[in-house]
Design a protein around this ligand. Structure first.
Ligand code: AMP
Ligand code: GLY
Length: 454
């Protein structure tokens, strides 16, 4: 088996404290660390990366380089420090095979094996698996020769989507209105190699339309536990305009995710993909994220991710009632069927504050004001994503997406009001954010009457 078989470990059943190593350093990992810290089972929380000041306060630096070529160093660290669980946040270490390298007879890993991480790391293979499992998805073709790709898009009258097949940090997808745009996107990915080797192959898909939904589920090899569905806002600017980004905001739950939609997603997407992987002797263990478009013909998969979404995790985990560590242990050891999970009835709405110039050329090193004031507000959670402190302790921007501001409220409208109240307390030069996170969903009556009026 290339994946891992369920392997209940007695130590994880008996209530002993568990030392955890968390890999990753973004807003998602800050959110994960916050919830792990609440677990009575947590022994010591170790971090591979402490560049994020929010995260840094929650754990101890492991001080070991993260490189798959030197994975033995992390293995030694885990052995010496009695690490019972490794939590891998981002896609890159999963695609590199850290889950395979770090799991041992007395250590669990939350996150899928390299063979399963291909679902995200290789969009061509992922498409093939979706086809093999008859999962509804956009029609697509794979090209490794730019000339053939260009000839193909010239024959297409409708819009297409050009996707670098490899990992491109959320940047390798271009939604094209006409063949010229598609040709430019092919050129950028395959010839200019704007996304490096990730663009050596491209997937060219039919362009679908409809609202988007992120459905995340915990999968322990066999049992699938769906988490409340979220909506992400991928475009940079309000009104879904501007370039695609890693995500400018998200909210949870969403009225789009009716019981019927969720049942279809489970039956038509999640169950078949886990089954088809098992057929190939790949055991999926970790979070499985289906990025979906709700088309007239029903939900269709745009992509699979093999980790928690960012920023979806920030509002999602802000609503978790229960012990994240226990859930992760159950997922990693094939015991999800024994557990249950509770969610806060309130809605959560997360606004991403981004740097000037994001996503192409974020300006960094800019002082940030007001985080402490926003953080002190009730029903507000702040996660650091791209920040750092200078030698005098001043908080500065250090990346494209800087802070994630989540508001909680009895309704989505109340949650978003809360989030924007907190946003108004924070300032840095060139700060960009969308003003419409959760807006359409929190005012469906107004949105539809406006649509009718147009
Ligand atoms: P992906 O990384 O594959 O999820 O793509 C990023 C974004 O591009 C998605 O969130 C959609 O907004 C858009 N997108 C991807 N595939 C398609 C498609 N086949 N049709 C329309 N939009 C798409
Ligand atoms: N928010 C989109 C992603 O995590 O890929």
């Amino acid at each position: 088996m290339q994946g891992r078989e369920p392997r209940p470990l007695d130590a994880h059943r008996t209530g002993n404290a568990i030392n955890v190593l968390l890999m990753g350093s973004g807003g998602r990992e800050h959110a994960i660390a916050m919830r792990l810290r609440e677990s009575p089972r947590l022994g010591r929380l170790w971090l591979t990366d402490i560049s994020n000041p929010g995260l840094q306060m929650l754990g101890t630096p492991a001080g070991v380089p993260v490189s798959i070529k030197e994975a033995y160093r992390l293995v030694q660290f885990c052995d010496h420090n009695d690490i019972g669980l490794v939590v891998i946040g981002p896609e890159d270490p999963l695609a590199d095979g850290f889950a395979d390298a770090l799991e041992s007879s007395n250590r669990l890993v939350f996150g899928p094996a390299k063979a399963a991480a291909r679902l995200e790391a290789d969009k061509a293979w992922s498409k093939q698996m979706m086809r093999a499992a008859a999962i509804p998805t956009a029609e697509g073709r794979v090209f490794s020769n730019p000339q053939s790709a260009i000839e193909y898009v010239r024959t297409r009258e409708d819009g297409v989507v050009v996707k670098a097949a490899g990992l491109a940090k959320g940047k390798g997808v271009t939604v094209c209105d006409d063949p010229d745009e598609a040709i430019a996107a092919i050129q950028e990915a395959m010839v200019d190699r704007a996304f490096g080797e990730a663009g050596a192959k491209v997937v060219i898909e039919e362009r679908l339309t409809g609202p988007e939904l992120s459905v995340l589920a915990l999968v322990d090899g066999r049992t699938i536990m769906m988490l409340p569905a979220c909506q992400d806002h991928k475009r940079l600017r309000s009104g879904d305009t501007g370039p695609n980004t890693g995500g400018m905001g998200a909210f949870c739950p969403t009225p789009l995710a009716s019981e019927e939609v969720l049942q279809r997603v489970e039956r038509e997407v999640l169950v078949p993909i886990v089954d088809v992987l098992r057929r190939d002797e790949i055991v999926y263990r970790g979070v499985l994220y289906a990025g979906l478009m709700l088309t007239h013909a029903g939900p269709k998969v745009l992509e699979f991710n093999v980790r928690f979404g960012d920023p979806e995790t920030q509002p999602l985990l802000s609503r978790l009632k229960g012990d994240l560590l226990e859930l992760m242990l159950a997922t990693a050891s094939g015991r999800l069927h024994e557990g249950s999970i509770g969610w806060d009835d309130r809605s959560a709405c997360c606004v991403v504050l981004a740097s000037d110039g994001y996503p192409s050329k974020p300006r960094t090193g800019v002082p940030i004001q007001g985080v402490e004031i926003a953080e002190a507000m009730p029903e507000v959670v702040i996660h650091h994503a791209g920040t750092r402190r200078d030698s005098s302790g001043l908080l500065l921007t250090s990346g494209g997406r800087v802070l994630n501001v989540t508001g909680l409220g009895a309704t989505l409208a109340a949650a978003r009001t809360r989030a924007y109240e907190a946003v108004s307390k924070i300032h840095f030069e060139g700060m960009q954010y969308r003003e419409d996170i959760g807006q359409a969903a929190s005012a469906p009556a107004r949105a539809s009457s406006a649509a009718r009026a147009r």
